[in-house]
Write a protein that binds this ligand. Structure first.
Ligand code: GBP
Ligand code: ZN
Length: 271
């Protein structure tokens, strides 16, 4: 296992168990403290999910799928058939996802899981049907960002454009409250922050975060969660409006072109 299993508390209303899977994926068990209902994000490893559900003594009702790639959606079928006949609400934004009961075909659809509010944000680019899930109460908020926003980076543009990633990162995710916790789809923090350091070698927030995460990773602690406020300080893809980043890409005044060049630089980056 690439990281230890950890539980993160968000006020009195909900908590999130981080469940590592495969070589660097994360699944997340979202637990409503009030009703003891739970949702699972990207359950690629169903056995791990059922073990966590049993240990936490919760009732799994909902599957939140960020996108159709097998390392995120590939466990849906088995999870559904192994739920001893009780149906699960399976949410997602792409017909290539197995078992969907609710298709997020427009952005901003609001759902409930127990007493928790979930706003489904369509963020096409990594895949055309990618959805991020913003979970909030009057006390706290978190966002599950799949392969759109990573700690210190973003997903590859497999089915979309720089314009679309700009919309996703700057127009949608950056607008969430700064204290929103960010739970992403892969443990890529160290690789991402090394690239970020290459782009902004004098960014003090970035340099201290890299040190902090190197210590965490040595102890097998997951790097997640980050926060929206922190990402805006250290993630070059969240900073494409900044002149400091536009200077590096040679695209002053053009944030979309900055996004495009930055992605190409990351694709070619060797530490
Ligand atoms: C690494 O391990 O260093 N940089 C990665 C390489 C998400 S997984 C692996 C990689 O390319 N990962 C993808 C990504 O977007 N990375 C961001 C980055 O490199 O900056 N996947 O598993 C990927 O989406 C997948 C599955 C891809 C099915 C295509 C299909 Br079809
Ligand atoms: Zn992916």
């Amino acid at each position: 296992m690439h990281s230890n299993v950890v539980m993160k508390e968000f006020g009195s209303k909900f908590k999130i168990q981080v469940l590592p899977a495969l070589s660097d994926n994360f699944m997340y068990l979202l637990i409503d403290n009030t009703t003891k209902e739970a949702a699972i994000v990207d359950p690629v490893a169903p056995n791990t999910v059922w073990e966590a559900v049993k240990n936490e003594n919760v009732k799994l009702t909902t599957v939140l799928t960020t996108h159709h790639h097998w390392d995120h959606a590939g466990g849906n079928k088995e999870l559904i058939t192994s739920n001893s006949g009780s149906p699960l609400n399976v949410i997602g934004g792409d017909n290539r996802i197995d078992g969907l009961t609710t298709i997020i075909d427009k952005s901003g659809i609001e759902l409930k899981m127990g007493s928790l509010n979930i706003k489904c944000l369509r963020t096409p680019c990594h895949t055309s049907g990618h959805v991020c899930y913003y979970v909030y109460t009057n006390e706290a908020s978190v966002v599950f960002t799949g392969d759109t926003l990573f700690l210190g980076g973003c997903g590859r543009f497999f089915e979309g454009t720089a314009q679309q990633m700009y919309e996703a990162l700057i127009k949608i995710l950056s607008q969430l409250p700064d204290n929103t916790a960010v739970f992403c789809g892969h443990e890529y923090a160290i690789q991402n922050l090394k690239f970020s350091k290459h782009v902004e070698p004098n960014n003090v927030h970035l340099l201290s975060l890299l040190k902090e995460i190197e210590i965490k990773r040595k102890m097998n602690e997951p790097s997640v969660p980050s926060t929206i406020g922190l990402e805006k300080l250290i993630n070059p893809f969240m900073r494409v409006d900044e002149e400091s980043i536009q200077k590096v890409t040679g695209t002053i005044g053009d944030s979309i072109e900055t996004m495009k060049i930055l992605r190409e630089m990351k694709n070619d980056f060797k530490e």
